[in-house]
Design a protein around this ligand. Structure first.
Ligand code: SPV
Ligand code: MN
Length: 630
């Protein structure tokens, strides 16, 4: 044990907190905490165990520090982020890599030495006058082959509180099994603060906002930001480290939901599903009548010949806009219960209740938001109207509060994944649901070729079509070609590999009208379930296997008895749009040939074959082909 580290801890921690830290027999933990006390110079240090009184202390600190304020419902609080800090900051999120490590041009990286120097300069004395919270968590269930222990240091009680809700506490696990374990480590400081609405404090020095990822040491630094996607260690920061670890060890860490589909627990079929941020992932994962294991990040391993999956997290950091009583019943019920929930970047009404876009048909004309007192027509410093709530307003809540939480949420063995779904914001190409011919065809045409229009979950322009393999591009920590090859190899030799599907909730007709109703996802999920269980046949098209009209009708009748699903609707939705598919293949081939490192040969072969099938079909039937033609 490093005596200097112990000496430093002894002089900076009070007796109680020192004993809590020293009970963990892992010098890497002691050295790390001591080092960042020395650099960040907090006024005090609180070591949080798994005990209720410690967790309560964190919760109360979030109020005391003016990072959260109570709402009218017991256990509900509001947190604001700076107006310009309400989404992930991709530009300032960088991998710190040695010169010799080429990760490819699509992934934001910089020289490791330079990045470490820069971020440590920012961190210097950054916690002056503040308390540092030291927290221990487990990614994946504890006592499981999936477990990854994590250590978080932060001066934000809001971050530490959110982590309590979203992750499995693991102080006891560190005490029991902490010796010599590889750990993921996170340092966060919100930096200097300024006042926002309700006297809450938000990060001020956004010019010095950084999220730097040191893959060599499994350590992440986050500064001058509060938005959870930039700060909560165990979420997207850890996903980046997990992808790198998974790549070396032959498993997968994915931006995926995990859900159980079926009417009884005995007949449950589990699906994983990758969607870019704000593209329907949480609303699919929480579908009433099905069960939820996770809504954002899944770890997948091959165990005894099956693909097993766990939720890396245990809570939801979900998007609020659009959630309403009829379309999102299970989320709505949880949001209106007295479950512990942190709302962020919503409008607080004069009844001290949260309000978000789409909650009901009318907006309140005034309230309080991050900008202080808000009224309809209020302008920001650029002269633009300030919306009452942000498009990326979110809620943070433990999954146990959902009425349809799956009983296997904490099962250390995970659930057997029988199907994998890929979805994006695609207005003009893919049909609402389609099955791949086989594992490799799915990995290439549905996952590696995925594109999606940008959303409010990241800073920058919205609605721009972007290449987003596996919906995971924002978090990839290995060259993209290597990542795709890992996917191919993961299940290519498995006789019982999961089926791969694509869904598209955002398809529009030529006049720009959406062709899906929001609730239709229930139908597509049930059709995929029937395919996995070999209960229905499918039509073979050049791009994959699509439903027969006659198989969809009874599913619609069962779930929406008041709606008649017409043949015309089916034709509009499932017409194969050959020019759009060919253009997409052209874009994808160009992208992989020009900009992607280590692209596996299979990718070019599979896409060329798909192109030929589409050209044949075009010669035979024309550009837009009704599903009844195949
Ligand atoms: C996402 O943007 O994909 C999210 C929210 O799930 S966060 O990553 O925390 O920004
Ligand atoms: Mn996400």
């Amino acid at each position: 044990m490093d005596q200097d580290a112990i000496g430093l801890l002894e002089s900076h921690l009070d007796d109680k907190n020192f004993k809590k830290l020293i009970a963990i027999d892992n010098p890497r933990v002691h050295d790390f905490v001591a080092n960042y006390i020395d650099i960040c110079r907090p006024a005090s240090v609180f070591v949080c165990t798994d005990e209720k009184k410690d967790i309560d202390y964190i919760r109360k600190s979030a109020w005391r520090n003016r990072e959260e304020a109570p709402l009218s419902m017991p256990n509900h609080t509001i947190h604001f982020d700076n107006y310009k800090d309400q989404a992930r900051d991709k530009d300032n999120t960088k991998f710190l890599l040695p010169e010799s490590y080429n990760i490819g041009p699509e992934i934001n990286a910089m020289n490791r030495e330079r990045g470490l120097k820069e971020v440590h300069k920012i961190l210097h004395r950054m916690m002056k006058g503040r308390e540092m919270y030291v927290r221990f968590f487990s990614l994946g269930p504890t006592n499981s082959p999936f477990t990854i222990p994590c250590l978080q240091l932060t001066d934000s009680a809001y971050v530490a509180h959110s982590e309590d809700i979203l992750y499995r506490q693991a102080y006891d696990e560190f005490v029991k099994n902490g010796k010599n374990r590889e750990i993921f480590r996170f340092v966060h400081s919100q930096g200097r603060l300024q006042e926002a609405g309700l006297d809450l404090m938000v990060s001020r020095d956004l010019k010095k906002r950084r999220v730097y990822i040191d893959l060599m040491e499994n350590t992440i630094f986050s500064t001058n930001t509060q938005y959870a996607g930039n700060t909560v260690g165990m979420k997207k920061l850890a996903l980046r480290l997990a992808i790198n670890k998974a790549s070396k060890e032959g498993w997968l860490a994915e931006h995926m939901l995990l859900m159980g589909v079926g009417d009884t627990q005995e007949k449950m079929t589990y699906f994983a599903g990758a969607f870019p941020s704000a593209c329907g992932k949480t609303s699919t994962a929480t579908l009433a009548g099905d069960t939820i294991v996770g809504d954002d990040i899944a770890l997948l391993r091959k165990i005894n010949g099956s693909i097993m999956g766990v939720n890396m997290e245990r809570g939801i950091f979900g998007i609020l806009p659009g959630i309403n009583a009829s379309d999102d019943k299970s989320q709505w019920n949880a949001l209106n219960s007295d479950a512990e929930i942190i709302f962020s970047n919503i409008l607080v009404t004069d009844k001290n209740e949260p309000y978000w876009d789409g909650k009901s048909d009318t907006w309140p004309s005034k309230g309080i938001n991050h900008s202080g007192d808000w009224f309809d027509g209020k302008l920001d410093d650029m002269g633009r109207k300030i919306p009452p709530a942000h498009k990326n307003a979110r809620f943070c809540m433990a999954l146990e509060n959902m009425e349809n939480v799956d009983p296997n949420l904490h099962n250390p063995d995970g659930v057997k994944v029988s199907g994998i779904i890929y979805g994006g914001r695609d207005s003009d190409t893919f049909v609402p649901v389609e099955e791949a011919f086989d594992w490799i065809h799915g990995v290439i045409t549905k996952a590696a070729a995925l594109e999606s229009e940008t959303t409010a979950a990241t800073l920058g322009k919205r609605g721009v079509r972007k290449f987003n393999p596996m919906s995971n591009i924002d978090f990839l920590s290995v060259p993209i070609g290597t990542y795709i090859k890992n996917h191919i190899d993961f299940a290519k030799d498995m006789p019982d590999a999961p089926r791969i599907f694509s869904v598209n909730y955002f398809l529009k007709d030529m006049s720009g009208k959406y062709l899906n109703h929001k609730s239709d996802k229930k139908i597509w999920v049930r059709w995929m379930d029937k395919r996995v269980n070999n209960e229905v046949k499918a039509i073979r098209t050049p791009t994959g296997l699509i439903p027969y009209y006659d198989d969809l009708v009874p599913i619609f009748e069962n779930f929406f008895p008041d709606i008649t699903y017409t043949e015309d609707e089916y034709i509009n939705q499932f017409t194969v749009r050959i020019p759009q598919h060919l253009a997409k293949i052209k874009r994808t081939l160009k992208m992989y040939a020009a900009r992607i490192l280590y692209t596996p040969e299979e990718l070019f072969d599979v896409l060329e074959d798909q192109k030929e099938r589409l050209e044949d079909a075009r010669d035979r039937y024309g550009n837009y082909v009704s599903p009844f033609k195949f």
